[in-house]
Design a protein around this ligand. Sequence first.
Ligand SMILES: [Zn+2]
Length: 201
Amino acid sequence: MEETSSPLEAVLSPSIADVSVLSLDVSREAIRIDVCSTAAGAACPDCGSESTRVHSSYQRFPADVPNGGRLMILRLRVRRFFCPESSCARRPFAEQLPELTRRHSRWTERLLSTLAAVGLALAGRAGARLARAFGMPISRSAVLRLLDALPEPEVPVPRVVDVDEYATRKGRIYGTVLVDVETRRPVDLLPDRMAQHRRGC
Ligand SMILES: [Zn+2]
């Protein structure tokens, strides 16, 4: 199959490096696109060694973000490489195409991040409903699993903290709250042993 290059290719894959579009078919309902990697080799996921020795190839069909109201049907030609490191247990390994594949995922990276953004904004049921309306069918439980798998956001270590008090149950239980002076966000809640003394117990 001949390699093609067109403005449409640039629109479809504006930010994906090291991939080439082999063929493109646009109909009213769908855009079918064949893609392969143009990288010379790939790094072993276990030991990090670069390899250019191809073992075999196969096809992957990850679901992608719809484009202009059309389904994106991707067919990716993925190579397997021999790991050159003799002590490495992983031989062979499959290459990953940046933004298009992730190991063991049936979604492209850009679909995954889009669904995660929808899930973060709307959670399970409403997130799944909106995603389906935009042509990205997903179940409520799959949205929740996606959110569970997201890494915890990094919380910067506060440089300066202040100590304040808090009360719950209409002032009957007291505690101490540590506050980040710069962001004014609470950092930690500590039970206050002195509370009982203040209540005269
Ligand atoms: Zn290896």
